[in-house]
Ligand binder design. Structure first.
Ligand code: SF4
Ligand code: SF4
Length: 140
């Protein structure tokens, strides 16, 4: 992870001066990695498809997947999210996603919007359509 930290991909030095921007995918291709792909990990279906392609490509050699998404420390927060407790059934987002904003309350998922960045990932994985974006005043 390189979020908020100085690294050669930012196009700036640690002191903020404009510098050469190094693209990690280009570096990987230059050293001979056969399968190099970039994707946004917050687009769940696309990311899963990219993981499958990379896994399949390992049969022929080295494969690399570069996940790129705006750093939550600098990007503007997205919408607030709420869980419809009546539709909440499976605990999957609680046990599998690892998002610190999702808590278990009375056996149902509950979102602490003071920690939620509005990434939408939980809504994308919920098979019961129980998670929805709402206006800030409608969030708990
Ligand atoms: S994935 Fe959906 S149904 Fe399952 S616990 Fe989370 S909100 Fe509830
Ligand atoms: S929208 Fe993203 S940050 Fe907010 S609760 Fe869902 S997974 Fe967590």
């Amino acid at each position: 992870m390189t979020g908020l930290q100085p690294h050669p991909g930012t196009g700036a030095t640690m002191m903020g001066a404009v510098s050469q921007k190094i693209d990690i995918a280009t570096v990987l291709r230059a050293i001979g990695v056969g399968h190099v792909e970039k994707c946004d990990p917050l687009k769940f279906d696309e990311a899963m498809a990219a993981v499958d392609r990379a896994a399949a490509a390992t049969a022929a050699g080295v494969a690399a997947l570069v996940f790129e998404s705006p750093c939550i420390h600098v990007a503007a927060p997205g919408a607030n999210y709420v869980v419809d407790a009546a539709a909440c059934e499976c605990k999957e987002c609680i046990v599998k996603l690892g998002c610190p904003a999702i808590l278990s309350v009375d056996g149902k998922a509950w979102i602490d919007n003071s920690l939620c960045t509005g990434c939408d990932l939980c809504a994308q994985i919920c098979r019961f359509d129980a998670i929805h974006a709402v206006a800030p005043e409608a969030a708990q």
